[in-house]
Design a protein around this ligand. Sequence first.
Ligand SMILES: C[S@@+](CC[C@H](N)C(=O)[O-])C[C@H]1O[C@@H](n2cnc3c(N)ncnc32)[C@H](O)[C@@H]1O
Length: 309
Amino acid sequence: MPEFDNFVPQPTADGSFTFFSQEFSESFHSHFGAKQESYFKFVEPTQLAQAALKPFVRLLDICYGLGYNTAAALQTIWAVNPSCHVELIGLELNPAVPQAAIANSLFDHWNYEYTAILTQLAFEQQVQTERLEAKLLIGDARVSIQAVNQSGFLADAIFLDPFSPPQCPHLWTVEFLQQVSVCLQENGLLATYSCAAAVRTALILAGLRIGSTPPVGRRSPGTVAAPNQDTKFSASPPLLIPVSTLLPPLSPAEQEHLLTRAAIPYRDPQLHDSPDVIIMRRQQEQQACLLEPTSRWRKRWLFNTQLRQ
Ligand SMILES: C[S@@+](CC[C@H](N)C(=O)[O-])C[C@H]1O[C@@H](n2cnc3c(N)ncnc32)[C@H](O)[C@@H]1O
């Protein structure tokens, strides 16, 4: 029996399907809508419709999974500019996941035009066409990201979509995100569904500036990040808008969240510790710190239920 038979499609509220991971005890997408999550938490915050006006766009899809974020990105880019050349790198641990998405015809529910591309990427791990150069790097993203860095790849958009920090802390650490931030070109944007204070602090410590993306489906906002250079300007004059001003600001409650114990980030100094070790290291740091307990912050902002995680 092929390994991808282990994944059974589960419906989500927008009619698209997802899987449940027994290994990580978590669903691959929000039950509010897998497809809408790709568009609203990843493709819109990274402004790909705008980036597609350029002759080429580079994408880094971290935790490629079923390929939904890549699928939404390709559709968005080529709807705006059919001749845009896309260079895509996907990072994924388990090749059975994208293969199971294809084997279960999950893109049929999307009415999707580029299923042949996703099929080849899932089963052959690379695709080369006139307007696409795509590679799916199979393995631990902590290792693959170093190869991406060494290749000099600089992304216009990075999708950061691991399982949640408690289930997959090793892909939310300061050290991993430092590696990721090196791959972001100076006008590039990174998006993630997470608004966890530990994730946001790690992004800042990795040299990025952060903003909040609107809640869609899930009750909580996501995060968008850009390289932290005040003097950096949009690539396309005559706009000359500092990239940092394009990020939607954090609310006062979100800003205060970053001053509580929840904001202590995960750390993985050598990029090879187990999840248990990483979680324990953070707990020890939280116990020793003098930051406000997050429960107190939560009580203060109780009326704002959207921020509760
Ligand atoms: C939340 S799902 C991603 C969903 C995906 N972005 C999509 O659009 O379908 C997380 C993915 O991370 C992968 N993963 C888990 N640990 C990983 C690791 N250390 N390196 C790379 N990928 C990993 C899982 O196999 C899973 O496919």
